[in-house]
Design a protein around this ligand. Sequence first.
Ligand code: HEM
Ligand SMILES: *[C@@H]1O[C@H](CO)[C@@H](O)[C@H](O)[C@H]1NC(C)=O
Ligand SMILES: *[C@@H]1O[C@H](CO)[C@@H](O)[C@H](O)[C@H]1NC(C)=O
Ligand SMILES: *[C@@H]1O[C@H](CO)[C@@H](O)[C@H](O)[C@H]1NC(C)=O
Ligand SMILES: *[C@@H]1O[C@H](CO)[C@@H](O)[C@H](O)[C@H]1NC(C)=O
Length: 324
Amino acid sequence: MKLTCLRLLMVSVLATLLTMSSADLQYDFYNSSCPNAETTIRNVVYSQIDANPSVAAALIRLLFHDCFVRGCDASILLDPSSANPSPEKSVIPLAQAGYQAVDQIKAAVEAVCPGKVSCADIIAFAARDSVNKSAGFSYAVPAGRRDGSVSTDFSLLTNMPSPSFGIADLVGSFKRKNLDVDDLVTLSGAHTIGVSHCSSFTNRLYPSVDPAMDAGYAADLKVPCPAPPGRGVPDNLVNNSAVITTPMTFDNQFYKNALARRVLFTSDAALMTRNDTVAKVTENAADLAAWKVRFAASMVKMGNIEVLTGTQGQVRKYCRAIGS
Ligand code: HEM
Ligand SMILES: *[C@@H]1O[C@H](CO)[C@@H](O)[C@H](O)[C@H]1NC(C)=O
Ligand SMILES: *[C@@H]1O[C@H](CO)[C@@H](O)[C@H](O)[C@H]1NC(C)=O
Ligand SMILES: *[C@@H]1O[C@H](CO)[C@@H](O)[C@H](O)[C@H]1NC(C)=O
Ligand SMILES: *[C@@H]1O[C@H](CO)[C@@H](O)[C@H](O)[C@H]1NC(C)=O
């Protein structure tokens, strides 16, 4: 490329950046453009969870996966296409129930106010409503996120923490997203609900049981996961919580499990390897009400990661494809 050509390109990129306006997220963002947005979203989320309880966990996890990779811009929702064969969702398979619930929510919202409510805001509201439905508490969600148009396997691989992470890597990964150690411990409470594949934790069972895991719990897990998946061994699902009182009840059970060394992932157990995180796990296990307040605040904070606002990005009509 000729130098003048390159200069022109840089000037136009700069001009675009300058004319794009951005702003903070706002509470009641849709109060005039789509006054029924939040109620519509809540109604669909509740009916989806009633029809299939696994939707709650899937929608809560979706916010985490959306926000950690290129910010909360609904890039996680983009399907593979000929132009973009390996988007974020091609790397880590999340529950289809979550994506399908978002399709239903988006269709309902488009029916009441076409082209107004972004897919990124839908993810943030739907996570809030899933918490309300499964844990019985709620919180206000600021909105005004816009949808992004870039989604790559590379950005996922470089931004998502792995279940094999130890505490230093976990803290570093959260810190890069402006989340602190308290947020890490608080949000890990989400591993009270939902399910995991054996492949996410058999590193702690084979060839020998992780000494940081309760022996009885390890023996229980070896029933659905008799060997590392592959070579004829199926990758079965187990419940995230060692103790399920009511199906899909979301509370502070994760922290009680962590203290009892009955959590699934290396990354969960890592919270018990440093004094400050142990102290926070202990606090959350002892005080359900205090954890709820922290969880709500950390979910709002996570929902603010690298958001597009104002005239940045777009509002997709169909969450699985850009420019739709
Ligand atoms: C701290 C870093 C984290 C790691 C390494 C991690 C890793 C994982 C893994 C490996 C699974 C099981 C996936 C499978 O085997 O199918 C899982 C499930 C889940 N995670 Fe996390 N996670 C983390 C943080 C979070 C956060 C911050 C949230 C939300 C606030 C969250 C919510 C969930 C939920 C709800 C599930 C169950 C999903 C379902 O049943 O569909 N996780 N996580
Ligand atoms: C919408 O909410 C914003 C922020 O709370 C407020 O400034 C504005 O007056 C509200 N608009 C309407 C129409 O209620
Ligand atoms: C939380 O759920 C309750 C009961 O369904 C409902 O009355 C309340 O409006 C919900 N809160 C939010 C913010 O949606
Ligand atoms: C998970 O827990 C629910 C509720 O107790 C139970 O119905 C289901 O069978 C459990 N699933 C697995 C794979 O253990
Ligand atoms: C953690 O606590 C133990 C016991 O109170 C103490 O001996 C150790 O020095 C502490 N470690 C750090 C890194 O604070």
